[in-house]
Ligand binder design. Structure first.
Ligand SMILES: Cc1cc2nc3c(=O)[nH]c(=O)nc-3n(C[C@H](O)[C@H](O)[C@H](O)COP(=O)(O)O)c2cc1C
Length: 202
């Protein structure tokens, strides 16, 4: 990797995601978002990490538990693992809501099923709530989809649709590159002259 890229860990992550995408790595776009719930219990789930300008963003629903957890603590951690490039990243970040106009522009290109779910979250049930069953849910999904097929797609994006940008405060990277196990582990945090790098015990 060119040295200029490697001295900025966010550029390095972007570069590695691109390498993983070219290698058809199934993880190239994914991350695992960890939060802490109101009882202090860790919660983790898979999400798509999207590039919005220079930043990484997550598109989700404000009716979800994760959104409440992010709002309460104002902190999160995201991990990625790209087997094709043998690298793990861990990002400690503050989530910052994405501007509504940018979000709306992305939302217009969201696949149909995702938009139907967005309207269901707004009108029927919050994300992650228990439902009476799959059949009950399918009926409501189909009804919503039919209503939208009658031109209601022009309805405005529901208010519960949200996205947050990761304002990254600390990055750690582990490269599995040593056959005896002495792998390359580094951590960066912002310093007065840009990112400061430390080598960590693997
Ligand atoms: C491959 C994959 C990609 C996913 N991408 C997203 C996503 O971009 N946004 C999202 O809200 N949930 C996504 N999910 C679903 C979440 O993992 C999770 O089930 C959901 O957001 C509810 O999480 P919560 O109850 O912790 O709020 C994805 C799941 C998988 C398996």
């Amino acid at each position: 990797m060119p040295e200029a890229i490697d001295s900025n860990p966010l550029d390095a992550l972007r570069h590695d995601r691109e390498r993983a995408r070219h290698a058809e790595d199934p993880n190239w776009s994914l991350g695992w978002l960890a939060t802490v719930d109101a009882d202090g219990v860790a919660r983790v789930r898979t999400l798509v990490l999207r590039e919005v300008g220079e930043a990484l963003a997550v598109f989700t629903d404000a009716s979800s538990p994760k959104w409440r957890e992010l709002e309460r603590s104002g902190r999160c951690e995201v991990a990625t693992w790209f087997p094709s490039v043998r690298r793990q990243y861990r990002l400690q970040a503050r989530p910052r809501p994405l501007a509504r106009d940018v979000l709306e522009a992305h939302w217009r290109n969201r696949p149909e099923g995702g938009r139907v779910l967005d309207f269901l979250h707004a009108r029927v049930l919050r994300q992650s709530e228990p439902v009476p069953g799959r059949r009950w849910l399918r009926e409501r999904f189909d009804a919503e989809r039919e209503a939208l097929a009658d031109g209601a797609w022009e309805r405005r994006m529901p208010a519960n649709v949200h996205a947050f940008v990761l304002d990254v405060e600390r990055i750690e990277r582990l490269t599995l590159d040593d056959e005896l196990g002495l792998h390359d582990r580094r951590r960066w945090h912002p310093g007065p002259r840009g990112w400061e790098e430390q080598t960590l015990m693997p």
